[in-house]
Design a protein. Structure first.
Length: 578
């Protein structure tokens, strides 16, 4: 079958799917299956073990969720009792929450027949036991949480399980779930259907394949690791550390970056430093990293997807995996949630831009960061700040992309940005950046933890009675651990380059003579007569009105220019000492 031949595309309604699933698919706006969905859905419906390898944003979730729901509907027709038929494992809580949401959307029209429960939250097994006692059709969990319930016998799959799905399989081992996975398999029946979904076919995935798959069909689609250049544009700006903050402030404040944006850095501290820096200019942002509680992370992503704020700052997990201090010392190393992932898997919706404030630590990290945008068939942009010492690393990434995308031209193109044109921003930017000290960052992190404690689930009933107080749950609220300077939030006309005024929505008055004072009434009458002679086609009333408007505009321009401290200042020379 020709991949590019539209006539040969197998559509959803040709796959033998239940009408209720088709209605849910239509409600989601999926007009036709993606390539991976077209290939995987029929194979899973035929009870084959499948190993799916496809890039981020290619529709992997739909590829295994749709046939899973259809199989459960089919089995229900002959079932004598309610049983758990499918187990979906994912390496992080955020991904489990996301998968549950996707499955609930696909079962919206058949929710009475197909029920799904997410047990990834680290609650006491006895709290979640009533949910599992109803034997939901689908259970979503991390391997560690599934094992807890299997050991406690609150989840029993020995005789009922028909299908196991492992999403983001390449991350399962990197999140430390190897032993948990082997233990979970001991609680499963001897025969079951298995599906592995992964962005890469690493050695860890292949070892997992041998553990759970039997004679699998391997769907390794011949597609690039990232979206094609026609869909995802890659740019870079050469900048050293002290220049990055000025450039980022300018890009955001002058609306040069439009739409939802994810800013990636390499450490948690840098997340908060950047947030505190930007909030001085009233640029609202939210921090997302593995040290926040799982519910807070999921809620932050939800609010971002809902459009409550447009900029989110994320840290890479690899920067947190390195032990800080030798365990023999008394000082403790930084604690983080191992079941969290930011640059991988999370479905940030309709992201227009990814900005690498810190250049990625490796090629795969760049690929996964860039994969947060240009998802599905949407357009996106990846912009990286690159220092001199990182240029060789960027070239390696570029060579990989050229090979992967089969392009001859340089892919990560230079972004046309002249730093000299925004020198007016430099002083206030550097001053604001210096004001964010290590102490301010530490206080901000502690303050956010305190806020999350106050925003806990115990307050749910209170917020139901006081909905206006839900504003306190916004994750982009200012932390204010840095001295607040209100004037920094405004951008004076005089520091904006003329070429950028239209983008920044600032009108250019076009007047060059800044020292021309308002004219007298006598001079006005004289100039009006000259103007009247030139405008004989106008009536006297119209001409007088137009010239009056012109004079008022000139006087307004004069006042504006005089208020500009950079070009309105007059110097009469040094006075000689008497």
């Amino acid at each position: 079958m020709a991949e590019n031949d539209q006539k040969d595309i197998l559509n959803f309604h040709q796959m033998g799917l239940d009408d209720r699933i088709l209605k849910a698919i239509a409600k989601l706006g999926w007009l036709e299956p993606t390539l991976i969905q077209e290939r995987a859905i029929p194979l899973i419906l035929q009870n084959k073990d499948v190993l799916v390898r496809a890039r981020t944003g290619s529709g992997k979730t739909g590829a295994f969720a749709i046939p899973m729901i259809q199989k459960i509907i089919n089995m229900k027709q002959a079932a004598l009792m309610q049983e758990t038929k499918a187990l979906v494992l994912s390496p992080s809580k955020e991904l489990c929450n996301q998968l549950t949401k996707n499955i609930n959307e696909l079962t919206a029209k058949c929710s009475k027949d197909v029920r799904c429960v997410d047990i990834s939250d680290q609650l006491d097994p006895s709290i979640q036991e009533p949910l599992l006692a109803e034997r939901p059709d689908i259970v979503v969990a991390t391997p560690a949480r599934a094992l807890v319930h299997l050991k406690a016998k609150t989840l029993q799959l020995q005789t009922s399980l028909e299908l196991i799905i492992i999403d983001e399989a390449d991350l399962v081992f990197s999140f430390g779930y190897e032993e948990d996975m082997k233990a979970v398999l001991k609680y499963l029946p001897k025969l079951y259907q298995a599906v592995l979904a992964s962005a890469t076919l690493s050695e860890d995935v292949l070892s997992l394949k041998h553990l759970i798959l039997r004679n699998p069909v391997i769907l390794k689609l011949e597609e690039p690791a990232v979206a094609p250049v026609s869909q995802l544009a890659h740019y870079h700006i050469l900048a050293e550390e002290d220049e990055k903050s000025t450039i980022l402030y300018t890009l955001l404040k002058l609306n040069l970056v439009q739409g939802k944006t994810i800013i990636f850095v390499n450490t948690v501290d840098k997340c908060y430093k950047l947030k505190l820096y930007l909030e001085q200019f009233k640029i609202s942002t939210c921090v997302l990293n593995s040290e926040l509680p799982a519910k807070a992370r999921c809620h932050a992503v939800y609010q971002f997807n809902q459009g409550l704020y447009d900029v989110i700052i994320a840290s890479d997990e690899k920067a947190l995996e390195t032990p800080q201090i030798n365990s023999n010392n008394n000082t403790r190393k930084r604690k983080r949630d191992k079941e969290s992932g930011v640059s991988r898997g999370i479905d940030f919706q309709f992201v227009s831009n990814v900005i690498n404030f810190d250049f990625p630590l490796d090629i795969q990290c760049y690929v996964h960061r860039a994969g947060r945008t240009a998802r599905g068939k949407n357009q996106g942009t990846a912009l990286s700040f690159v220092s001199i010492r990182e240029q060789d690393h960027m070239n390696e990434v570029n060579e990989y992309l050229m090979t992967n995308l089969q392009e001859d031209d340089f892919i990560i193109k230079p972004y046309q940005f002249n730093l000299d044109e925004v020198k007016g921003f430099e002083y206030r930017a550097k001053d604001a950046w210096r004001s964010v000290t290590k102490i301010a960052v530490r206080e901000a992190r502690l303050k956010e933890i305190k806020q999350e404690i106050l925003n806990s689930q115990k307050l749910k009933n209170y917020f139901e009675d006081n909905p206006t107080d839900l504003e306190s749950l916004r994750h982009d609220r200012a932390l204010h651990t840095v001295r607040f300077q209100s004037h920094l939030a405004d951008v004076p006309d005089y520091i904006v380059p003329p070429a950028l005024k239209k983008l920044a929505k600032i009108e250019d008055d076009g007047t060059e003579d800044v020292n021309q004072e308002p004219i007298t009434d006598e001079e006005y009458n004289k100039q009006y007569e000259e103007y009247r002679i030139k405008s004989r086609s106008m009536s006297e009333v119209v001409a007088k009105k137009k010239y009056k408007e012109k004079r008022q505009g000139a006087e307004s321009t004069y006042r504006k220019k005089q208020a500009n401290p950079l070009i309105g200042m007059k110097f009469s020379g040094l006075k000689k000492k008497g």
